[in-house]
Design a protein around this ligand. Structure first.
Ligand SMILES: C[S@@+](CC[C@H](N)C(=O)[O-])C[C@H]1O[C@@H](n2cnc3c(N)ncnc32)[C@H](O)[C@@H]1O
Length: 222
């Protein structure tokens, strides 16, 4: 359970979700059995809807893990999409490569191996969608490195922003998580008040922030 939504409500929402099949289902099972943190099921459905509406040609992801979300993106958008995903954990990288090959998306998904703090500045070109799903204490840092790479009309999606509810209220905060929580609050304060972004915080999964990028005058592209 995510801790941020009433269990009965979450059970109900989950009961409405279509079962995945094939490799994505196997990856969900693998992640569950091996404690690999992948996007929550209800968040994956939200992402699918957003992908179908936005039809991104280029996606940048920070936090690949075993490749589940990258494969979900590619499966949803189709063979025209290019996805660049960053991962620093060697075991995850190895597994992600295997999975991307099995999914037959080797031509669509590229893993940048190493720390996003070092690699993001090397990423070239613009993106229609950027998905932040890595170390929660570093989101503002990642944001600063990627925001100029997001096209006007593009979507920035930040996952796990409520962090088991701790970000929403001090009563939920565990002492050793104080710094991460403080940093996440600062990040959310920034993206919610930035004049170039329209941001909505959505309490599903572990919390998702959807930010739509406008131009310098606060306008969308015509
Ligand atoms: C929540 S998991 C990603 C899940 C994946 N997006 C999915 O839903 O299938 C976060 C991943 O980010 C990686 N990570 C955390 N901080 C990172 C950093 N600074 N640079 C690169 N990878 C990082 C972790 O090793 C972990 O595998």
């Amino acid at each position: 359970m995510s801790n941020i939504v009433n269990d009965l409500v979450e059970d109900y929402i989950r009961s409405t979700l279509k079962e995945k099949n094939g490799l994505l289902k196997e990856l969900e099972e693998y992640a569950h059995e091996n404690n690999v943190p992948i996007v929550h099921k209800e968040v994956s459905e939200l992402l699918k809807v957003l992908l179908k509406v936005q039809k991104p040609k280029r996606i940048l992801e920070v936090g690949c893990a075993i490749g589940y979300s990258s494969i979900l993106f590619a499966t949803t958008v189709g063979k025209d999409v290019e996805i660049i995903t960053v991962e620093r954990n060697e075991k995850m990288i190895e597994k992600a490569k295997e999975n991307i090959k099995l999914a037959n998306f080797e031509n669509n998904i590229t893993i940048l191996e190493g720390d996003a703090q070092e690699l993001l500045s090397e990423v070239e070109g613009e993106f229609d969608m950027i998905f932040l799903d890595a170390a929660k204490g570093q989101y503002k840092l990642f944001y600063d490195m990627v925001i100029d790479k997001l096209k006007v009309d593009g979507l920035l999606i930040s996952d796990n922003i409520l962090y088991k509810g701790m970000v929403a209220h001090d009563d939920f905060v565990i002492r050793r998580k104080k710094t991460i929580v403080k940093r996440m609050r600062n990040y959310l304060d920034y993206i919610c008040n930035c004049k170039y972004l329209d941001t909505s915080l959505i309490p599903i999964g572990d919390g998702v922030a959807l930010s739509y990028k406008q131009n310098e005058r606060g306008e969308a592209n015509a």
